[in-house]
Write a new protein. Structure first.
Length: 116
């Protein structure tokens, strides 16, 4: 499995970023996709997930109403639109794929820094 994550960077509080995760090497449309994040000194946490069809999404409480996960199965890509960013959103964001047999793949991570 190969992942190409992009879209991270430095943004001011209140700003927006859109993360993308393009994958290859497995049947993307058979996998639920998620975004996790890990801040320095903290455990990795689930941010948002979307089922294989793209019809069901779930969000962690801290990002509800601000982040939107979506996917394009024709492009083998999952997205995370992040709005109204806060300093506490600063972390390395990881793309994750999981199927019903609990086979999991991870991306390499992309840094998001929210600071003025």
């Amino acid at each position: 499995a190969q992942f190409v994550e992009s879209g991270g960077g430095l943004v001011e509080p209140g700003g927006s970023l859109r993360l993308s995760c393009a994958v290859s090497g497995f049947t993307f449309s058979s996998y639920a996709m998620s975004w996790y994040r890990q801040a320095p000194g903290k455990e990795r946490e689930l941010v948002a997930s979307i089922n294989s069809a793209g019809s069901i999404t779930n969000y962690a409480d801290p990002v509800k109403g601000r982040f939107t996960i979506s996917r394009d199965n024709a492009k083998n890509t999952v997205y995370l639109q992040m709005n109204s960013l806060k300093p506490e959103d600063t972390a390395v964001y990881y793309c994750n794929a999981a199927n019903r047999y609990n086979v999991r793949y991870w991306g390499q991570g992309t840094q998001v820094t929210v600071s003025s």
